[in-house]
Design a protein around this ligand. Structure first.
Ligand code: ADP
Ligand code: MG
Length: 239
């Protein structure tokens, strides 16, 4: 990583507040960090300090009563803090992918993987069918499936949670995002699967020249895999 190059993503003095009928309470205060092309940076800190809320703000997915009250978020030098819902949707589809535990619900258990991957791919660019299928094969290969044809013809309910997570990653990558934000991707996994997921994220970082923001409170994964660590404390970023 070179600090001479411009960051892809800049978060500056971000404050996020929760608004109820009477008052507006800041939840996250003075969060500043940058993410550069192709690097894996870890955003770490104690549980409840606001890592997930910050990630949601970056892709415009804050809940209704949550608002950015100070600071800004810039992507490729453009202030995205004031984006419309339509602009956020495009950003999420084409530029910044957010992987959360909850996103597994995004896979329909009773539709084939092929149908769902095709649909996602078609939103971004229409390819001739043969080309599209071979592109899906290569994506599934890249996330570690030896038999992509078998996976494409499967239904998510027939596959394990770990396999579905990899399919979801392949789906997200089909849109060629520049940034992948992975929020606690290894929580609830045993040691062996933790290793597998982290190794996969490192591989995808290299294969796709992706900037990865790894959100994790697992100090060991962070120290071993991240190129750089951003510490967040209750109410802000330090160091
Ligand atoms: N949906 C929500 N409603 C109310 N409070 C929330 C919600 N989500 C998170 N919070 C609060 O916001 C703060 C930051 O949470 P979060 O970003 O999830 O922390 P982290 O991901 O660092 O563990 C916490 O105090 C948490 O209790
Ligand atoms: Mg969290």
């Amino acid at each position: 990583m070179s600090t001479a190059t411009k960051p892809l993503l800049t978060v500056e003095h971000l404050e996020i507040s929760c608004r109820d009928s009477e008052k507006t309470n800041p939840i996250v205060q003075d969060v500043s960090f940058q993410l550069y092309k192709g690097e894996m940076a870890a955003l770490t800190g104690p549980s409840g300090c606001g890592k997930s809320v910050t990630a949601h703000a970056v892709v415009g997915m804050l809940e209704k009563e949550w608002i950015v009250t100070k600071g800004h978020i810039c992507y490729k030098n453009q202030n995205i803090t004031t984006y419309s819902e339509k602009e956020w949707q495009r950003l999420r589809r084409e530029e910044i992918a957010l992987l959360i535990q909850h996103s597994l619900n995004g896979l329909n258990p009773i539709r084939t993987v092929k149908k769902q991957m095709m649909e996602t791919l078609n939103q971004r660019r229409k390819l001739p069918r043969k080309e599209a299928v071979s592109y899906l094969h290569s994506l599934l290969h890249q996330v570690g499936f030896a038999d992509p044809a078998f996976i494409l013809s499967s239904y998510p309910f027939e596959l394990s949670g770990g396999m579905c997570q990899r399919i979801l990653l392949a789906m997200m990558l089909s849109a060629k995002p520049k940034i992948l934000i992975a929020d606690e991707p290894t929580t609830a996994l045993d040691v062996i699967n933790k290793e597998k997921v982290m190794a996969l994220l490192k591989k995808l970082q290299a294969d796709f020249d992706l900037a990865v923001l790894l959100i994790s409170h697992d100090q060991e994964s962070v120290n071993r895999f991240a190129d750089r660590v951003i510490f967040m404390e209750q109410g802000g970023v330090t160091g």
